[in-house]
Design a protein around this ligand. Structure first.
Ligand code: NAP
Length: 290
């Protein structure tokens, strides 16, 4: 029940109407007995500073950030967790003693989401499409998983080069290559790699016929194909991969676990999501998806 002691939480983004975070966090609040309320607020990029100051002034307990604020927010924060600093992005804020503390939970969410596939990652070759905030977190997570070779693919060369430089300078991945989406060597990399990951927005609702890779014939039984997108649940990339015998996974599990990690940061508490709760929240979130 919402009352005058309810703690306030929000996600800031633009656009934001598609966000599943209010459903997710308010579900967690009810299950973990947190007297809180979580809303989605549209915050334009040029008003981010004002919005954060306003939230702090109104004693919000915590804020999540989504596109396009994850990188920009760092310049407004007094403290950054080592991971947020390294990755260069934050999705979770804590206000404490009039100071803003920044954290990132995307990498943690991804790591939990692949917990049943760990053996696939160790020593593997991964092809990763995308070079935005999410891709940076995934690269960090891949280095933790012992990936040995990473082939990055991005539409905008400069952004791809920046991500490749970050990986080479800061992450323990033996070989980092960067290819353009139409590079002739990409076909061979895809064929040889064991894991293909989409960290772009290609295929996301409403442009569901898009995919990061259109040469679906290159995908086979030996691949594990992961799409960070969760709406639709089965992107074209995943649909085509599954048809060719690949193991597939979408971004819903990552979404749930990055949200749980944010809640744990805000409440300084380790919450365990049991199977019953997990299936209940998957069903609730899935009902909102196409
Ligand atoms: P972002 O920073 O805006 O990056 C978007 C990426 O997509 C960039 O690499 C961009 O390439 C690429 N892209 C966009 N449109 C494209 C097009 N038409 N053709 C080719 N490339 C295109 O976004 P983000 O925060 O990294 O998020 C990326 C995806 O991950 C989104 O779908 C988001 O929903 C998903 N995500 C999921 C979770 C989860 O929990 N499951 C968490 C975070 C993000 P350029 O550099 O060329 O623009």
């Amino acid at each position: 029940m919402i009352n005058s002691r309810s703690r306030l939480f929000a996600v800031f983004g633009d656009p934001i109407s598609h966000s599943l975070s209010p459903l997710l966090q308010n579900y967690f609040f009810s299950k973990f007995n947190v007297n809180g309320v979580y809303v989605a607020l549209r915050v334009r990029p040029q008003r981010l500073r004002e919005a954060v100051a306003g939230a702090m002034a109104m004693n919000f307990a915590g804020i999540n950030l989504t596109t396009p604020h994850k990188q920009e927010i760092l310049s407004l924060c007094h403290h950054q967790s080592p991971e947020a600093r390294l990755i260069g992005a934050a999705n979770t804020l804590v206000f404490k003693d009039d100071k803003i503390h920044a954290f990132t939970t995307d990498a943690a969410g991804f790591l939990v989401s692949v917990r049943t596939h760990l053996a696939r990652f160790s020593g593997s070759h991964v092809v990763l499409w995308g070079a935005g905030g999410a891709a940076r977190s995934i690269c960090f997570a891949l280095s933790r998983l012992g990936v040995e070779k990473l082939t990055l693919v991005n539409r905008t060369a400069l952004r791809g080069e920046e991500l490749a430089a970050f990986c080479r300078e800061h992450l323990a991945i033996k070989t980092v290559a960067l290819l353009s989406p139409d590079h002739p060597e990409l076909a061979e990399s895809v064929t040889r790699a064991g894991i293909l990951i989409n960290a772009t927005t290609m295929g996301m609702h409403p442009v569901t016929d898009a995919a990061p890779l259109m040469r679906f014939d290159l995908i086979g039984k030996h691949h594990f194909v992961y799409d960070l997108i969760y709406n639709p649940r089965l992107t074209r990339f995943l649909f085509e991969a599954e048809k060719r015998g690949a193991a597939i996974q979408n971004g819903l599990d990552m979404l749930i676990h990055q949200g749980l990690a944010a809640l744990q940061i805000w409440m300084y508490t380790d919450y365990a999501l049991d199977d019953r709760m997990y299936h209940e929240i998957v069903a609730k979130l899935s009902a909102e998806l196409i």
